[in-house]
Design a protein around this ligand. Structure first.
Ligand code: GLU
Length: 415
């Protein structure tokens, strides 16, 4: 049975990397734990007039390369260990794409699907008030993640601006375009992942035209991934799913129509002319490319050997356990690991910060061009380490990222 605590997994991955790089134990000790974290209780007046108290966290993992950066999740199963792991992965993510930021993450234990807009707004404002001393454009810059949206970013930016008594657009990213958001941020995670798929397909010799794709999760990352692999490469998306279940059709789905169905019914399930498929079975489909785009720990030692895809592009954070990594590596499945595959989101977030500081906004084409360059470079740096050290792609991405963070710490005199 795999260990499923994401923070223990993140630490184990780091230990492995420290061994490959022969890092000093003292360096490893620093990198194994977050630099700082805050636990807050957020009282929120609910629509029924009663007050409920929500638990929230903000973790700043490492700031050697720049201000900490990372999203905020609103999820009923959130734990501080998940947030710690995600903050660690943000550190490696920013380093692997070589943007001048560190890693952080936030989370609130709540179920946004059962809350009204008013309740969500009061919770969002309450959370930012509670962590306001930690965040700021030069300290720690949040963003959207699971179940948080541009509207939520707008409320948080407004609340922080009130506290600081001046507009503070650069304190958070993933904002609506009207409020200092960046062109191209909406599909950035999926688009960045697609650029790595293009390079990976070239490496493994897969023709993307007509290649079959299964996508687990149909939120921001999964939906745009479906749209983009079809429109950029001519791939055929044969299956998608969400938390309620999945749909399959051999001839390929119209991803836009599935999105509209989900917007109307709340789920992709029951989309006309498709067969139902479970989230578990979707992962084991005989497809060329598998895109996990939902939550952690879905590919484990129990199903990894049944995976038939040639390429896995991990748009979710932490979808694969270390035991499963070993199995996939042995079976020659080319894994584009999470903090590389999904780094497009934070890369365009970084572009958003730059635009906020300059108060000058770029055209979408320029964003795509610059994102492509960052992702392609990061993929090839990882592929280089993969071949040089004969390790799996996740370990290779760790090697690239950790070396950069350690070098920054060394130059700062922190080691
Ligand atoms: N939540 C996204 C991630 O996990 C984006 C983070 C950001 O833009 O700061 O990468």
């Amino acid at each position: 049975m795999s260990e499923l605590n994401p923070f223990l997994i993140a630490q184990r991955q780091l230990d492995e990397c420290a061994r490959i790089l022969d890092l000093d134990d003292s360096v490893r000790e620093i990198l194994r734990v977050p630099m700082r974290e805050m636990h807050v209780s957020i009282p929120v007046r609910m629509d029924n007039g009663k007050t409920r108290v929500f638990q929230g966290f903000r973790v700043q993992y490492n700031d050697a390369r720049g201000p900490t950066k990372g999203g905020i999740r609103f999820h009923p199963d959130e734990t501080v260990d998940t947030v710690r792991a995600l903050a660690a992965w943000m550190t490696w993510k920013a380093a692997v794409v070589d943007i001048p930021l560190g890693g952080g993450k936030g989370g609130v234990i709540c179920n946004p699907k059962q809350m009204s807009d008013g309740e969500l707004e009061r919770l969002s404002r309450g959370y930012i008030q509670a962590i306001s001393r930690m965040v700021g454009p030069e300290n720690d810059v949040p963003a959207p993640d699971v179940y948080t949206t541009p509207q939520i970013m707008a409320w948080m930016m407004d609340e922080y601006s009130k506290i600081m008594q001046k507009n503070q657009f650069g304190m958070i990213t993933g904002k609506p375009l009207e409020l200092g958001g960046s062109a191209g941020r909406g599909d950035a995670t999926a688009r960045g992942g697609c650029y790595t798929i293009r390079e990976a397909a070239d490496h493994v010799g897969l023709d993307l035209k007509g290649a079959t794709v299964a996508i687990q999760g149909y939120g921001n990352a999964g939906y745009f991934a479906g749209i983009l692999v079809s429109s950029l490469f001519g791939c055929k998306v044969v299956a998608v799913s969400d938390s309620r279940g999945g749909i399959f059709i051999e001839d390929g789905l119209n991803c836009e129509a599935v999105f509209e169905h989900k917007a109307m019914t709340g789920s992709v399930v029951d989309f006309p002319d498709t067969m139902p498929i479970s989230n578990e079975d979707l992962l084991e489909l005989d497809v060329d490319i598998l895109i996990p785009a939902a939550l952690e720990n879905v590919i484990t030692d129990e199903n990894a050997s049944n995976i038939k895809a040639k390429i896995i592009c991990e748009l979710a954070n932490g979808p694969t356990t270390p035991e499963a990594d070993d199995i996939l590596y042995k079976n020659d499945v080319h894994v584009i690991p999470d903090f590389l595959a999904n780094a497009g989101g934070v890369t365009v977030s970084y572009f958003e910060m730059v635009q906020n500081f300059y108060m000058y906004y770029w055209e979408e084409e320029l964003i795509h061009e610059r994102l492509d360059k960052k992702m392609t470079r990061a993929y090839h740096a990882t592929l280089h380490a993969f071949m040089k050290y004969k390790i799996n792609m996740r370990q290779a991405a760790y090697v690239v990222a950790v070396e950069r963070v350690v070098e920054a710490m060394r130059l700062r005199g922190r080691l």
